[in-house]
Design a protein around this ligand. Structure first.
Ligand SMILES: Cc1ncc(COP(=O)(O)O)c(C=O)c1O
Length: 452
C-alpha cells in the first residue's frame, strides 16, 4: 500500500465516478441523509500521507484532508500505532465517571501548547460543535451573563447553540429557528472586501467600532455580554485572515468590559496555520479555545480549553459519555508529538511555498481576485472582475470539479473561494503538483466560460 501510493502524482484511470464509486453513491442516496454537501463524487478506499485512492483505483492528491482534519496525513504510522496500542487495552470507560491516563496526559499536553499562560483545563467532547458548546456554557456559567457576540461569515458548528453563532451561509440556519437568543453578529475583518474601504496597512481595525458604536449603544450593554467568539482565520467563511490588529483590539475591548474572548480554532488550530494556533500570530491570549478537527488526525475529538481559574464549574455541570474517548486521546497525543517535531514547521514552510505558487497564477488568471492564508490554510477567491470583485461562484464550483477530474481534491469555502487545507505532511513537490493542476483546472473553466 505504502509503496503503491507514496508517489506524488495523481493517477486517474477511470471516468469519474468509476463504476464502484457510482454503485456506492447510488446506495448512499437511498439511505444516507441528503443534507451532506458533496461537491464531487469521491469514494475513498484508502489513503497514505497526502494521497488518496478511491474504490476504483484512481489516485488523488488530497488538499482537502477530510475538511482540514487529517493533520498528520492519512493513517500516519505513529498515529495508527498509538490507536492500535490503546485499542488493545480498552476502547471506552467514560472520562465523565472514571479516570484514565490518556485523557489526563492529553490535557497536560494541550496545556503545554495552548497560548494561555498561567495554566489551563480541558473539557473533552467529540467534535468541533461540542467544543464550541462547552465554551458557550462555560462563558455563561462563569460570567453570569447571557449574551454572546460572533462575526458575520463565521462558522462554529451546527448544534443549536453553536448554530446561533454560525453566520456563514443562510441555508445552514434556514428552517431551524428559533436559535439561542441573545446572540449578536458584527462584521469580520474581511480586508479584501472591507466594508469601510480601508486597507489593512493603514487601518486600526475600524470594523470593530461596530461593536462599540452600534451593538453596545443600540442593542446590548457590554456588562450583559458573556463572550465574543472569533475564528482567527475564518474557515468555512472563505479562508479570511483577520489582521493582527483586529484580534489585538478585540482583546482590548473584551478586557475593558470583562467579556471573555473565545478563539474558535477548530479549523485554524493544531499547526495548520504554521503556528500551533493561528491567534499566536497576533500575540493575543484568549480566555478559551475551541479545538477539534486536526487534533486527533481524524478520530473524533473536540476540546474546550480554558484558563484554569475559569474552568471551575462543579461536578455535573457539563459532561459527555463519549467525550475524550481513550483511543481518540491516544491518537491526539501521537498527533501533537508529530506536530511539535516537524509538522507545524512543515505547514509554515510548505504553506508559504504553496501560497507563492498560487499567487503566481494571478499573473495568468484574471479570475483570481485574492490569494490569502497562513501555513497550509490557503484560500483563493475567484471573481468575474478584479475591479468590481463580482463573485465567481459557478466558476468556483466548476474549478473544484475540474481539479477533481484531474486528481486534485480541494473544497470550496464561502461563496466563491477555493480552500487548500492539505494534510500537514504535504511536500513542496506535492504543493507544486497542486498548483499545476489548479492552473489546468482554471484554464479549462475560463475557456469553457468564454465559449458560453
Ligand atoms: C471554525 C469551526 N468551528 C466549529 C466547527 C464545527 O466542527 P464540527 O463539524 O466538528 O462540529 C467547524 C467545522 O467546520 C469549524 O470550521
Amino acid at each position: 500500500m505504502e509503496a503503491q501510493m507514496s508517489g506524488n502524482t495523481p493517477d486517474i484511470k477511470t471516468a469519474l465516478p468509476g463504476p464502484k464509486a457510482r454503485a456506492l453513491i447510488d446506495r448512499d442516496g437511498a439511505v444516507v441523509s441528503p443534507s451532506y454537501t458533496r461537491g464531487y463524487p469521491l469514494a475513498i478506499a484508502r489513503g497514505y500521507g497526502a494521497m488518496v485512492e478511491d474504490v476504483d483505483g484512481n489516485v488523488f492528491l488530497d488538499c482537502a484532508a477530510g475538511i482540514a482534519v487529517n493533520s498528520t496525513g492519512h493513517s500516519h504510522p505513529d498515529v495508527v500505532q498509538a490507536i492500535t496500542t490503546q485499542a488493545q487495552k480498552f476502547l471506552h470507560m467514560s472520562g465523565t465517571d472514571f479516570y484514565y491516563e490518556p485523557q489526563v496526559r492529553l490535557a497536560e499536553e494541550l496545556s503545554a501548547v495552548v497560548p494561555i499562560a498561567g495554566g489551563s483545563r480541558s473539557f473533552f467532547g467529540n467534535s468541533g460543535t461540542e467544543a464550541v458548546e462547552a465554551c458557550l456554557k462555560l462563558a455563561r456559567y462563569s460570567t453570569g451573563r447571557q449574551n454572546l457576540i460572533a462575526f458575520l461569515g463565521g462558522f462554529h458548528g451546527r448544534s443549536m447553540g453553536s448554530l446561533a453563532l454560525t453566520a456563514s451561509k443562510a441555508v445552514q440556519r434556514r428552517g431551524f429557528g428559533p436559535l439561542l437568543p441573545g446572540v449578536y453578529h458584527a462584521p469580520y475583518a474581511d480586508c479584501y472586501r472591507c466594508p469601510l474601504g480601508l486597507k489593512p496597512e493603514n487601518c486600526a481595525a475600524e470594523c470593530l467600532d461596530f461593536i462599540d458604536h452600534q451593538l453596545f449603544v443600540h442593542l446590548v450593554t457590554p456588562d450583559e455580554v458573556a463572550a465574543i467568539v472569533v475564528e482567527p482565520i475564518q474557515g468555512e467563511g472563505g479562508y479570511v485572515v483577520a489582521p493582527d490588529q483586529f484580534l489585538q483590539r478585540l482583546r482590548e475591548l473584551t478586557k475593558t468590559h470583562g467579556i471573555l474572548l473565545v478563539a474558535d480554532e477548530v479549523q485554524s488550530g493544531m499547526g495548520r496555520s504554521g503556528k500551533m494556533f493561528a491567534i499566536e500570530y497576533a500575540g493575543v491570549e484568549p480566555d478559551m479555545l475551541a479545538i477539534a478537527k486536526g487534533v486527533a488526525s481524524g478520530l473524533p475529538l473536540g476540546v474546550a480549553v480554558a484558563r484554569k481559574d475559569l474552568m471551575a464549574w462543579p461536578p455535573g455541570a457539563h459532561a459527555s459519555t463519549f467525550g475524550g474517548n481513550p483511543v481518540s486521546c491516544a491518537a491526539a497525543i501521537a498527533t501533537i508529538q508529530l506536530l511539535k517535531n516537524q509538522l507545524v514547521k512543515n505547514a509554515a514552510d510548505v504553506g508559504a511555498h504553496l501560497k507563492a505558487g498560487l499567487t503566481s497564477l494571478m499573473d495568468k488568471h484574471a479570475i483570481i481576485g485574492d490569494v490569502r492564508g497562513r501555513g497550509l490554510m490557503v484560500g483563493v477567491e475567484l471573481v468575474r472582475d478584479r475591479q468590481t470583485k463580482e463573485r465567481a461562484t459557478t466558476e468556483r464550483d466548476a474549478v473544484v470539479s475540474a481539479a477533481f477530474a484531474r486528481g486534485l481534491l480541494v473544497l470550496g469555502a464561502g461563496k466563491n473561494a477555493v480552500r487548500f487545507s492539505p494534510p500537514l505532511v504535504l511536500t513542496r513537490e506535492q504543493a507544486d503538483t497542486a498548483v499545476r493542476i489548479f492552473d489546468e483546472a482554471l484554464i479549462e473553466v475560463v475557456e469553457r466560460s468564454a465559449r458560453l
